[in-house]
Design a protein around this ligand. Structure first.
Ligand code: NDP
Length: 329
């Protein structure tokens, strides 16, 4: 039978933003409840070596790091629930979410930390070599390609930015784009065209990632006009065809931008709905880092705490002021 659980704060999502929000709200004695979603730990659970999360001298394993965040949240008193929110009403009072389990979660404040997913091409070899030479994040994995050659797939800001970033490590970067013009900002394009390490293959698609079963050794690139397939040697493939924020659930309630990301007030995690905050990749298409997501989780927790304190003060019974020994009406 389904149960109803009420908490002051409901956190949706279990990446760095969600767990950090849980840690801070728990330590503020708000007894938060975090519903972890379909992929507990989020995108970090598909990252093997994390070298850029501060606090660790040696690289750490992504799933391990997320497990530590989870344990830390539990240790300070957050309640973590394995369920996936299927529907939500953010305008009701209290706010009301329904899980896959049938359980109902009501809360005075909601922190949305559902993250985003890198888009993939969907070819089998891309999946086979993920983490073995195929990556969706140059900032995370570029360092491993020092002195090597890489391919970048895509033609938007992400692809161009990743290609430029990868020149810090790789000896040669080849960008493959399915059309004959980029969608990226002109200034970024100019930087790319002027870079001696980068070359572009236009009107082409990644047909297959090739390898020895353990690591990537090459790619098959298909000309979209002629259908001709050419083999290239490479050490890595960065797929940069965009990200998809997990905001389907909130459509029609929380304001989203044209790409589907949650819009928040400047320097804040506040959304257009009172008591609803958003943190991490679900509202960030620029930085997309675990450490920035964690920072935003902290911000959301502090803002939720402030919101709840104001709510409580507004509902507290009126205390008559005493002036010169006489109660003032
Ligand atoms: P975009 O949607 O802008 O670009 C995706 C690119 O991938 C396009 O060139 C598209 O090709 C290509 N693509 C999509 N699907 C496929 C496919 N199946 N096969 C081959 N190619 C494909 O995504 P971005 O991540 O680049 O950017 C998303 C948003 O984030 C944008 O608004 C961007 O401006 C912003 N952004 C901002 C940054 C910054 O400010 N520093 C950095 C990164 C992103 P086609 O052009 O043919 O559609």
């Amino acid at each position: 039978m389904s149960k109803t659980h009420h908490s002051k704060v409901l956190i949706i999502g279990s990446g760095p933003a969600g767990y950090t929000a849980a840690i801070y709200t728990a330590r503020a004695n708000l007894k938060p409840r975090l519903v972890s979603g379909m992929q507990p730990g989020g995108q970090m659970t598909v990252t093997s070596d994390v070298e850029n999360y501060p606090g660790f001298a040696a690289p750490v394993n992504g799933p391990w790091l997320m497990d530590q965040m989870k344990l830390q949240a539990e240790h300070v008193g957050a309640e973590l629930i394995n369920d996936t929110i299927k529907s939500i009403d953010l305008n009701s009072n209290p706010k009301k979410a329904i899980g896959d389990s049938g359980d109902i979660y009501t809360a005075d404040a909601v922190i949305i930390a559902t993250g985003a997913q890198a888009k993939w091409l969907g070819i089998p070899s891309e999946q086979q070599y993920q983490g073995k030479g195929v990556s969706g994040c140059a900032t995370c994995d570029g360092f491993f390609y020092r002195g090597k050659e890489v391919f970048v797939i895509g033609g938007g800001n992400s692809a161009v930015e990743e290609a430029l970033f990868l020149t810090n490590f790789a000896t040669k970067v080849t960008v493959v784009h399915r059309r004959d013009t980029f969608r990226a900002e002109k200034i970024m394009q100019e930087r790319l065209f002027n870079h001696p390490k980068i070359n572009v293959i236009w009107n082409a698609e990644l047909d297959e990632v090739t390898g020895d079963g353990k690591v990537v050794t090459g790619v098959k690139i298909k000309d979209v006009n002629t259908g001709a397939v050419t083999d290239y040697k490479t050490d890595g493939v960065f797929v940069a065809i965009g990200h998809k924020p997990a905001t389907e659930l909130f459509k029609g309630q929380v304001t989203l931008d044209k790409d589907g990301y949650i819009v928040t007030a400047p320097d804040s995690t506040k959304t257009n709905i009172d008591g609803v905050f958003a943190a991490g990749d679900v509202k960030d298409k620029v930085f997309r880092q675990a450490v920035t997501a964690a920072g935003m989780g902290c911000m959301a927790a502090l803002e939720a705490d402030k919101y709840l304190a104001a709510l409580e003060a507004a509902h507290a019974p009126a205390v008559k002021k005493v002036v010169n020994g006489n109660p003032k009406p």
